[in-house]
Write a protein that binds this ligand. Structure first.
Ligand code: SF4
Length: 379
């Protein structure tokens, strides 16, 4: 960040149009917004004085009234298998969020957080232990992407990386922050990412899915399903009581039809909970009916985990059981990466104790259980 001035307007996270309408640029053409956006999102400028195609007078005005509030991580950890590096970002209010760079067979995936903490209380998720936090601003989301993008470039990673909103928080619960960031991510000036390389993963906030369907964005959608009956899903993910998954399926159907982009069903396998033969068969039927891709995810347990992972051979058996029923839908397995750094979203911030509000007594283990913001990390 260039300066710590509470009264200063933060440009980072604003669209070119929003930048152009800042009071400090009154009387300037709309083109100034595009110039400044190009500097901060494409050239990575941290100070207005770097913007050499602006007059000295405009640069001085900007320096006096605005900041470029891009954040950098305060710590990082890389897994021994080199499959994932996790970064902890401290926000200006002291809260922490994390982002993960996952490397897998030449593919790079950036996993970012959308909220500091989460109110949805999924029983397998580490972020749930932090309970409700706050929504990230577009600038706080873009800071994670910009840092990871630059880290990949510095270390010779692939340019064509994927970006997933599977970190801490529920992206559609922070609709304005996430969509504000998405608009800049897919634009020029902006990050210029292909819509199809971005995936928003949701626990199934039906109104948010319907709203996203009407946005001029072609990002991919993933639905964190994790159960094949309402009883089990409501136990794992209380949001199912408000938006039962079959109702969410209808919203997914509409999204797929309108966007012509296949939705992915994500399924974290938990031993003895959702890994029965009947689950495999029902999941295959759902996928076939929706024509959705399925991503089976190896559970990444942590210190407070209440659940156990399903052994790898049994995950493969689950997948094979699905095959004859699922028809032509794609079924992939995301084997866990970076277990030694707890590289599932929600775990690093929890481990630092920075934001965690652990439930008292016996509730602690139940609420703090599990891996990832429900999901990410690995293939
Ligand atoms: S899985 Fe996602 S929605 Fe559920 S508690 Fe974790 S971060 Fe929140």
């Amino acid at each position: 960040m260039t300066r710590e001035t509470d009264a200063a307007a933060d440009c980072y996270g604003l669209s070119p149009r929003q930048i152009a309408t800042l009071p400090v640029l009154e009387g300037e053409s709309a083109y100034r917004g595009r110039q400044i956006a190009r500097w901060i999102y494409e050239a990575g400028a941290r100070r207005f004085e770097e913007m050499t195609d602006l007059s000295k007078e405009i640069r001085a005005r900007l320096e006096s009234a605005c900041v470029i509030g891009r954040l950098d991580p305060e710590s990082e950890e890389t897994a021994a298998d080199d499959g994932a590096t996790k970064y902890l970002f401290r926000l200006r209010d002291g809260r922490t969020v994390e982002a993960v760079w996952i490397r897998d067979e030449g593919r790079d995936t950036l996993c970012v957080s959308s909220q500091a903490g989460c109110a949805y209380g999924c029983t397998f998720c580490a972020t749930a232990a932090m309970r409700a936090g706050r929504d990230l601003t577009p600038g706080e989301i873009l800071s994670q992407v910009a840092f990871l993008r630059d880290a990949i470039a510095r270390r010779g990673g692939s340019e064509a990386h994927n970006l997933v909103f599977m970190g801490m928080g529920e992206p559609l619960a922070n609709y304005d922050g996430v969509v504000g960031a998405l608009r800049i991510l897919v634009s020029r000036p902006g990050f210029g990412l292909a819509h199809r390389r971005i995936t928003v993963s949701t626990v199934g906030l039906e109104p948010g899915i319907r709203r996203l369907t009407r946005e001029p964005l072609g990002v991919r959608l993933a639905f964190s399903l994790n159960a094949t009956t309402d009883t089990v899903r409501s136990e794992l993910m209380p949001i199912n009581r408000k938006y039962p998954f079959r109702r969410v399926f209808e919203a997914l159907r509409e999204y797929q039809e309108r966007k012509r982009a296949p939705v992915t069903l994500e399924y974290v396998l938990l031993r003895g909970i959702n890994d029965r033969v009947e689950d495999a068969e029902r999941l295959a039927r759902f996928a076939r009916s929706l024509q959705c891709k399925v991503n089976l995810i190896a559970y990444n347990p942590h210190a407070f985990a209440r659940y156990e992972p399903v052994p790898d051979p049994e995950i493969e058996a689950f997948r094979r059981r699905m095959l004859p029923i699922a028809g032509r839908v794609t079924i992939t397995v995301r084997w866990s990466k970076g277990r030694d750094i707890a590289a599932a979203c929600g775990q690093l911030a929890t481990r630092t104790g920075a934001d965690e509000k652990r439930p008292a007594g016996g509730e602690r283990d139940r609420r703090a259980a599990g891996a990832s913001g429900g999901r990410p990390v690995s293939r």
